[in-house]
Write a protein that binds this ligand. Structure first.
Ligand code: DTR
Ligand code: ZN
Ligand code: ZN
Length: 499
């Protein structure tokens, strides 16, 4: 009998961190079992339908995003929440027709193979002499300093090498110097930096901005340096300010001063429906929201669900959200969990490297390592291998960690290539992208590894349950101290204030 009681307590310790009583343990269902793949796939199917009937995309500023927002709001209401919709402005951009790049009377370059158009390129039809700008990259990068354009012949097309500063800095300097177009070619600094430059110039510009491959760019620079090179660039783009939204909802139960934020971005890129990126995270967080009420008194800390808008435009929704919190509201957030790309077809089980054990120099806020450990312990127990995912801020946890809020999360990989070692561990194909449909039209309902999606959703649900119960190892918050002790803490504080 006694032995049995101890056994129960040990079982409990795996699901929660301290402070629970055996009575809680008996009542606790397991959220990872309540969050079912079938429900996640249903949401993904609905998001696919929304995209299919709205021009094939759910990108911010498009009808497919507006309908996706309404979908999440209505599902949350149905689940008993009172969701709020937070609007924010952003610069909408689209390329109306694919750009043209050629040599008058000569070679025609292939869009998507030889070059790409950068986001926020202006429109134009320019035939002019090409001038290499600081091709050796003296000082900081090529075209990063206004001085790089000293003597630049007004009206010419600037040939600039990638690297050293944001694309927008190079474009701004070129435009100021009187360039009629700018080609920012790749720098060949790594295998991923050989192809066409697919990037964003951040804000709308007047002049066309294209990104040739490393090979084409260096060839053009050579030619321009040894004689006169005439190029033709034509772009047809559109930009205006539009409104995007975050959808936020939270549990009624739980401490309001120690909130666990679970987030996923709701938007896709313009190229496709975004059912893995990020219908998978959206559907998982939504399903957790639908099921978490079954934990009842197991919810000691409020759980807030966030469906971010315009992540693909540069984490705009999460940035706006964090920037518009008061200092007091910020202090009430215990941690952020982020779920972006959970079902990559050639994926891995990635856990954000919150303690930077890989030595990437990411300097995560204290507590992020404890979050990582909750995921690692969970998969360790299930004897499922995981891989550290660089904690580089490339998704919506970025604005949280920048504000010192500990964060963590899961992902199955994006455009990176699966290694031989990963193929041995997880199956799939080495040398092929984790998600071969990343940011493409083929990121549909069928673009999913349901085994990995199921396992990552389990981990997400487990972590949500653990932190709804206690965030003690992450931020030192102790759930519901006994009343007498609380009264004692309220008077006669000593030493330095903590908040
Ligand atoms: N932010 C993602 C892609 C992405 C790239 N690296 C990571 C790491 C962890 C999560 C996501 C990602 C996108 O939405 O495109
Ligand atoms: Zn994406
Ligand atoms: Zn994403």
């Amino acid at each position: 009998m006694r032995k049995l009681a101890i056994g129960t307590l040990i079982g409990l310790a795996a699901a929660s961190i301290g402070a629970a009583t055996p009575a809680d343990a008996a009542a606790q269902p397991h959220l990872d079992r309540l969050v079912k793949l079938k429900d996640i796939r249903r949401h993904q199917k609905d998001l696919q339908t929304i995209a299919t009937y709205n021009g094939g995309t759910r990108a911010a500023g498009e009808p497919g995003f507006e309908v996706s927002t309404k979908y999440v709001v209505s599902r949350l209401r149905k689940a008993g929440y009172r969701p709020t919709v937070q609007d924010f402005p952003f610069d909408y951009y689209k390329e109306k027709t694919p750009s043209v790049f050629d040599r008058p009377g000569g070679a025609k370059y292939v869009y998507g193979t030889d070059y790409a158009t950068l986001d926020f390129s202006g429109s134009g039809d320019v035939t002019a002499t090409a001038t290499p700008v600081d091709p050796a990259g003296a000082g900081v990068g090529s075209g990063c300093e206004a001085a790089d354009f000293t003597g630049f012949p007004k009206g010419n097309i600037a040939l600039v090498k990638r690297g050293g500063c944001n694309f927008s800095v190079k474009v701004g300097n070129a435009q100021n110097a009187g360039a009629t177009a700018i080609a920012i070619y790749n720098d060949g600094a790594s295998p991923e930096r050989m192809g066409p430059v697919q990037g964003t110039a951040s804000t709308p510009w007047q002049i066309p901005v294209i990104g040739p491959t490393y090979q084409l760019g260096t060839d053009l620079v050579k030619e321009a340096a040894s004689g006169t090179l005439t190029l033709h660039v034509k772009t047809d783009t559109f930009s205006e300010q539009r409104t995007a939204h975050n959808v936020i909802a939270e549990t009624k139960r739980g401490r309001a001063d120690n909130v666990v934020v679970l987030g996923a971005h709701l938007d896709s890129v313009t190229a496709g429906p975004g059912i893995n990126d990020n219908g998978s995270g959206t559907a998982t967080v939504l399903t957790i929201a639908e099921q978490i009420g079954k934990l009842g008194k197991g919810i000691k800390n409020k759980v807030r669900f966030a469906f971010w808008g315009a992540e693909e435009e540069g984490l705009l929704g999460s940035e706006y959200y964090v920037a518009h919190l008061t200092a007091a509201q910020k202090a009430q957030i215990a941690l952020n969990l982020n779920f972006d790309m959970l079902g990559s077809p050639n994926g891995v089980r990635g856990v954000y490297d919150g303690d930077d054990s890989q030595g990437a120099g990411t300097n995560p806020p204290a507590g992020s390592g404890a979050i990582e450990k909750v995921f690692l312990d969970y998969y360790g127990k299930r004897k499922l291998a995981t891989s550290p995912s660089e904690f580089n801020g490339r998704s919506d946890y970025g604005p949280f960690i920048e504000n010192g809020i500990p964060a963590g999360g899961l992902d199955s990989g994006a455009e990176g290539l699966k290694t031989e070692a990963e193929a041995k561990t997880y199956g799939g194909q080495a040398g092929v992208a984790y998600d071969p449909c990343y940011h493409q039209a083929c990121d549909t309902y069928d673009n999913s590894n349901n085994t990995i999606l199921d396992q990552l959703a389990d981990g997400a649900a487990h972590a949500a349950q653990v932190f709804a119960g206690s965030t003690l190892p992450v931020n030192g918050a102790r759930v519901a101290a006994p009343k007498t002790a609380r009264a004692h803490v309220q008077h006669a504080p000593t030493g330095r204030a903590l908040s």
